[in-house]
Design a protein around this ligand. Structure first.
Ligand code: SAM
Ligand code: SF4
Length: 255
């Protein structure tokens, strides 16, 4: 154990075990594994042979659109207010769902579904219903309580009844992007959202029987100090989310 000037304890064994390089974000295959030599035919062969296992499926759907830019953001996103662009994307997404569904055996049930972004709730109610209906028609959904259907929600991009809508669509896990509650940090990264906004969403999620609420936080943002992040953590713990994803800030201005 090492103690630095801020009285923070660093566990050397823990750092040695987890201190190596790894992908910043949880996707499968991870970005580091993408390779131009792995062709569409290879993909099809692997998927078809996986059907022999009969294992359940996990589907990730990416909605890249956002209304404004958070300055730290390294996600795959498109800042736009152009509705035509969104409609075109959804047409192509529908084609992709059909192309993928042909490869997988109908007997394989979708136990996990994740909508990420960008901002999935950028889509309006009608677009959301249509997209879920497409996926449900193309694949066999696990409709039981064991399913894990999650969605990333930007607390600034919700309307009245958004959470109830998500519950009606079948989502039962919520992932909220918080990053930091400190107002100076929030202004510096162009992502201003209040504790009250977040508490209201969490209360609505619980009223609508969401099984899990997860918060995204980032450390390493401008103006953050150990003390200011401690205050954010105290506020977070008081809300008692089921999960936390705490990212270290990756400075990727070119993304
Ligand atoms: C793919 S983003 C989408 C989340 C959603 N759009 C939102 O803002 O609420 C998922 C999470 O990645 C994290 N993230 C984004 N850019 C990052 C960066 N440069 N370094 C570390 N984490 C980052 C943030 O915590 C963010 O909530
Ligand atoms: S953090 Fe989320 S809302 Fe902000 S720009 Fe990135 S994807 Fe969009």
């Amino acid at each position: 154990m090492t103690i630095n000037n801020n009285n923070v304890c660093f566990d050397q064994d823990l750092i040695a075990r987890y201190g190596g390089r790894g992908p910043r974000y949880t996707s499968y295959p991870t970005a580091l594994q993408f390779d131009e030599w792995f062709t569409a035919a290879d993909y099809e062969r692997v998927v078809r042979s996986s059907n022999q296992s009969g294992r359940p499926l996990s589907i990730y759907v990416h909605i890249p659109f956002c209304r404004s830019l958070c300055y730290y953001c390294a996600c795959n996103k498109i800042i736009t207010r152009n509705a035509e662009r969104v409609r075109n994307y959804l047409v192509n997404l529908e084609r992709e769902i059909d192309l993928q569904s042909i490869l997988f055996d109908d007997s394989r049930r979708v136990e996990q579904l994740h909508f990420g972004g960008g901002t999935p709730t950028y889509l309006n109610r009608k677009q959301m219903w249509a997209l879920i209906a497409d996926i449900r028609q193309a694949f066999s959904f696990d409709e039981s309580d064991d399913r894990e259907f999650s969605i990333e929600v930007d607390p600034r991009a919700v309307e009245r009844n958004t959470i109830a809508l998500l519950a009606d669509l079948g989502f039962n896990r919520l992932s909220l992007g918080l990053q930091d509650f400190d107002s100076q940090v929030q202004k510096a990264v162009n992502r201003v959202q209040s504790v009250e906004q977040v508490c209201k969403l969490v209360a609505e999620a619980r009223e609508n029987n969401f099984k899990s609420v997860s918060f995204d936080l980032i450390y390493g943002l401008p103006h953050q100090t150990v003390q200011s992040f401690d205050r954010t953590l105290d506020l977070v713990l008081a809300i008692r989310p089921e999960r936390l994803a705490i990212y270290n800030y990756a400075h990727l201005p070119a993304v």
